[in-house]
Unconditional design. Structure first.
Length: 529
């Protein structure tokens, strides 16, 4: 088995490409075969070296290696030119002077046959001469094309004398200005598979109607018969996987770039905090199908929760702080309490957290008039502070708008977590941070980029109409436990009772910046950790 992953370097890879990468490399690994990386770089006006580099980085990050098998369609430009000449000599290709609009009109429709071009019966000699002059730059862009001579009455529109070459004066990211004619994707793609002796050309269903053309070219050129097999492309709710539309999001600055954590690009998912293991697991769970369907985003979120629940360190961060004062705790005392790093990982160990008289807790963990079965803090209520003591609230003050400003409590000295002999029962447990030792950080709270699960599935509306205005909220009020003072970039954490987070590229010494990856709730409404 010899497969390949053949991206066009005209944008960053997205989650659909992740599935294709896992499929092509995974099949070869399973059956002891090989996988090539080949860039189908046939359109110089949209391709850049930046995209080539990002694609290679994404594949390596996912855990795959193409070793020394890195190829480019541009490696084969000379050979493809020779193959085009071979078709001309066999009377199976001709140079057409028709405009693109004329060619489209003459192709007919799905219910009417096409009409042959008036240039279709040019002689072999004339076609060879014109094709050579096209390469030499004798004609302006768009004035001539090379077309295959197949069947203008074919029920398959791709077989109605498809264009094989066009004149396009644009510098290529690898060949520079060497060429002014470029092969069409359909002419370069299938032949490149044959050059590399690819046994299985695995691609998405949109290429199913292209297969007869690939097979025709293989037969007429008498080259290695790669076998094309199609599968349904990956569609995930609340995401788009059109590179053209993703480019529009970037160019119109609806996002900060290709690696914006709201983007469905691999770079964006990676910066958001998704792990390579979670994307591989997601691809395995989605599987391979022939029917187009929409995969729920909840499945992707389930995969990252499963991974991070096992691997992410638990920490305490208060997102919306309100001060809590323990009146009977010594003012100058600092007690260092043990906190488990990850209950799912027995070797993760523990860390020390400073406990002081003044703390911060979440504003949402206080309610002045709580309903029944409310187990957090309120007037005359008892709760446990995580890894610390049980406290009892006896006083609070509000600001002029009636919002809680400060909570005053007492603690039960013999109620320390792990040593509790107080006999006091607390039904709720709250996370906290020492007011004296806590550090400030920035927390970026991400939501879906779109409000509609299928933003491109509306004929009467532009997909941008469904942009979520609340897809990013930046929290500058967060107070973090001091262990996060000098965290590195790309580190994963579970903020207790808040969600999973990762340190962003913008993190600086002494000032962590976190991206929210996903909430703690899974698709069944349970909580983990």
């Amino acid at each position: 088995m010899h497969t390949r992953f053949p991206p066009e370097p005209n944008g960053y890879l997205h989650i659909g490409h992740a599935k294709s990468i896992c499929l092509n490399f995974g099949l070869a690994e399973k059956y002891g075969g090989l996988t090539n990386l080949r860039f189908d770089d046939t359109n110089p006006s949209t391709e850049e070296t930046e995209y080539v580099d990002s694609i290679k980085d994404d594949i390596r990050w996912l855990g795959y290696d193409w070793e020394d098998r890195e190829y480019y369609a541009s490696d084969y430009f000379e050979t493809l030119f020779g193959y085009a000449q071979k078709l001309i000599r066999k009377g199976l290709a001709y140079v057409d002077d028709s405009t693109s609009d004329e060619i489209a009109a003459l192709k007919g429709s799905t219910t009417t046959a096409g009409v042959e071009s008036r240039y279709r019966e040019r002689s072999v000699e004339e076609n060879l001469s014109f094709f050579k002059q096209m390469r030499e730059g004798a004609f302006p862009d768009g004035s001539k094309v090379l077309r295959a001579k197949i069947d203008m009455a074919s029920p398959n529109m791709h077989m109605r004398d498809p264009v094989l070459y066009r004149i396009k004066r644009a510098p290529h990211h690898r060949t520079g200005n060497t060429w002014c004619i470029y092969p069409m994707y359909d002419f370069a793609h299938g032949q490149s598979d044959s050059f590399e002796h690819i046994t299985y050309s695995i691609c998405t269903l949109e290429f199913e109607n292209h297969r007869p053309l690939y097979d025709w070219l293989i037969r007429e050129l008498e080259i290695f018969p790669s076998r094309q097999i199609e599968f349904a492309r990956l569609n995930v709710s609340y995401m788009i996987t059109s590179k053209r539309k993703l480019l529009r999001l970037v160019e119109e600055k609806h996002v900060t770039g290709w690696d914006d954590p709201r983007m469905p690009t691999i770079a964006g998912l990676r910066r958001r905090g998704y792990t390579a293991a979670s994307l591989r697991e997601f691809s395995d769970r989605v599987g391979v199908a022939k029917r187009e369907n929409l995969i729920e985003l909840a499945l992707l979120e389930f995969c990252i929760r499963e991974d991070l629940n096992k691997n992410a360190q638990r920490v305490m961060v208060v997102l919306d702080p309100v001060k809590l004062v323990i009146e009977n705790y010594p003012e100058d005392q600092v007690e260092y309490l043990d906190a488990e790093n990850n209950p799912e990982d027995v070797v993760a160990g523990s860390r020390k957290l400073p406990f002081t008289r003044e703390l911060f807790i979440e504003r949402d963990d206080w309610m002045e008039n709580p309903p029944k079965k409310y187990f957090r803090l309120g007037p005359d209520r008892i709760v446990r502070l995580k890894n610390a003591y049980i406290i009892h609230c006896h006083q609070h003050t509000n600001d002029a708008n009636g919002n809680i400003r400060e909570i005053r409590c007492t603690y039960f000295e013999n109620s320390k977590s792990g040593e509790d002999v107080s006999g006091v029962q607390a039904k709720g447990t709250l996370h906290w941070v020492s007011a004296k030792h806590g550090i400030k950080g920035e927390v970026r709270l991400y939501e879906n980029l779109f409000t509609d699960p299928e933003p491109t599935n509306h004929e009467d509306q532009d997909f941008l109409d469904f942009l979520n205005p609340d897809s990013l909220k930046i929290n500058l009020q967060a107070i973090c436990e001091p262990s996060l003072q000098d965290v590195g970039i790309g580190m994963h954490f579970q903020f207790l009772r808040s969600g999973y987070f990762v340190t962003d590229l913008d993190t600086k010494p002494g000032f962590p910046v976190f991206n929210r990856i996903v909430s703690l709730k899974d698709s069944w409404g349970k909580k983990q950790g």
